[in-house]
Design a protein around this ligand. Structure first.
Ligand SMILES: Nc1ncnc2c1ncn2[C@@H]1O[C@H](COP(=O)(O)OP(=O)(O)OP(=O)(O)O)[C@@H](O)[C@H]1O
Length: 304
């Protein structure tokens, strides 16, 4: 993704996002609501709102992405499994249909591929032959993973894929998703609010704020030793293991600017404890600090 901008009549919601992903890599997009994560992820899939004006390029294996790539080279795993499944058809028939629409395989052959794919996510013949409503939420999300991977995509985009599940199922489903992508060589773009899960499953992470990436690097470096004030504030405000009971967590005061409301300087400056005159005047570009890319004039570890 190269220089993505997504504009609406009110202003730009994504303001110059660039990153690349390698085959088999898990890359996470994190940040507060409204930061532009879903728009970025959906642009990769060609699923953008009608009102959106797009700038920038999306290349897959060096070539442009077309609408026909969805379901073939690109796959989508939504938050709610029922957005990806038909309520009235048996799960195995839905996968078989997806296989046939790409490969033109015969019905029996496609059904065998579908059943194998469902078996690989732990869904046996009984679940495979059921309609989605007869399955639990976790089983439905497994079916969606099987469906996403059945045609061997190069990239899987998962937007909050486990939010609808309880915590134990969330971890199981994320582990399964990561393992299936690794087994097939698919890259996985994971949009998530769950920083602990991102730390466990992602290779690299991009922290987004007001439509831009503010810190991008290896997940352990960024989430264990953040240097951008926004990443530091975000992480400090979350509960974590080992914290004494009744401890008051620091609050990241204020709210991100609405699209179009960012001034000339750094969008985070109004909330940043380290903001200086330069921050209010000039938007910082991404540069390398401590082994990761950071958009900040005064990252931690550097003298202001
Ligand atoms: N169809 C639309 N029309 C106008 N503005 C939109 C539209 N879709 C998104 N936006 C704007 O883009 C911003 C970013 O939206 P996006 O869904 O990408 O945020 P997000 O980071 O994924 O948030 P969340 O974590 O809540 O899903 C929104 O706050 C909204 O202002």
């Amino acid at each position: 993704m190269d220089g993505l901008r997504v504009g609406f009549p009110d202003g730009e919601a994504v303001r110059g996002v660039s990153f690349d992903m390698a085959a088999g890599e898990v890359f996470a997009l994190v940040g507060e609501s409204g930061a532009g994560k879903s728009l970025t992820a959906r642009t990769l899939l060609g699923m953008v709102p009608r009102a959106a004006r797009l700038h920038g390029r999306v290349l897959l294996d060096g070539g442009p992405v077309t609408p026909a790539d969805l379901g073939r080279r690109l796959a989508w795993i939504p938050q709610d499994a029922m957005s990806a499944l038909s309520p009235v058809h048996r799960v195995e028939d839905q996968l078989a249909f997806a296989v046939r629409s790409v490969s033109g395989a015969r019905r029996r052959e496609a059904l065998a591929v579908a059943r194998r794919a469902l078996g690989e996510v732990g869904l046996g013949p009984e679940a495979a032959g059921a309609v989605p409503h007869a399955l639990s939420g976790g089983m439905r999300q497994r079916a969606v993973i099987a469906m996403a991977l059945v045609n061997g995509p190069a990239l899987v985009v998962a937007d909050e894929p486990t939010t609808a599940l309880d915590p134990a199922r969330q971890e199981q489903v994320l582990t399964l998703l990561r393992e299936r992508c690794a087994a097939t060589g698919a890259a996985l773009l994971l949009v998530s609010h769950d920083l602990a899960a991102v730390r466990r499953h992602a290779d690299r992470v991009a922290v987004t704020y007001a439509g831009r990436i503010v810190e991008l690097g290896a997940a352990d470096a960024v989430l264990d030793r953040p240097v951008a004030p926004y990443t530091r504030g975000l992480l400090a405000s979350l509960p974590h293991a080992g914290i004494p009971r009744r401890t008051r967590l620091p609050v990241l005061a204020g709210a991100p600017p609405a699209p179009g409301a960012s001034g000339a300087g750094c969008s985070f400056a109004p909330r940043c404890p380290h903001a200086a005159e330069l921050c209010r005047r000039e938007e910082p570009a991404l540069r390398v600090v401590d082994g990761r890319a950071v958009a900040c004039h005064h990252p931690a570890g550097e003298v202001a």
